[in-house]
Design a protein around this ligand. Sequence first.
Ligand code: SF4
Length: 107
Amino acid sequence: MEAMGNPLDMRWREQAACADIDVNLFFPPPGQEGRSQARLAIKLCDSCPVKADCLAYALTFDHRSLPGIWGGTTEHQRFKMFRDGVVEKPTRPYRRITTTNLRGNPT
Ligand code: SF4
């Protein structure tokens, strides 16, 4: 699976497996209930045709700026990718993206 190109070109969202699903599924609360919810969301991501694009997009943000499940990863998994040098941590200023402003382009 390979991302389509510029991750900030969000046309990939039109093909998202989660397009018609309540966005709150992808923002699990802490605790056991949240872990079950995260597993469900990640399972959906695994069948998503734009998973790579979604992950590429998420990795353009500091993990604290973009919480939740993106491209089949949790915020903590993305933190570890940055920490371990798997991908370079973005340098854009920290700004927390919320479900309220998620519907638009949060760039
Ligand atoms: S990878 Fe997951 S969060 Fe991203 S668009 Fe697909 S289903 Fe939605």
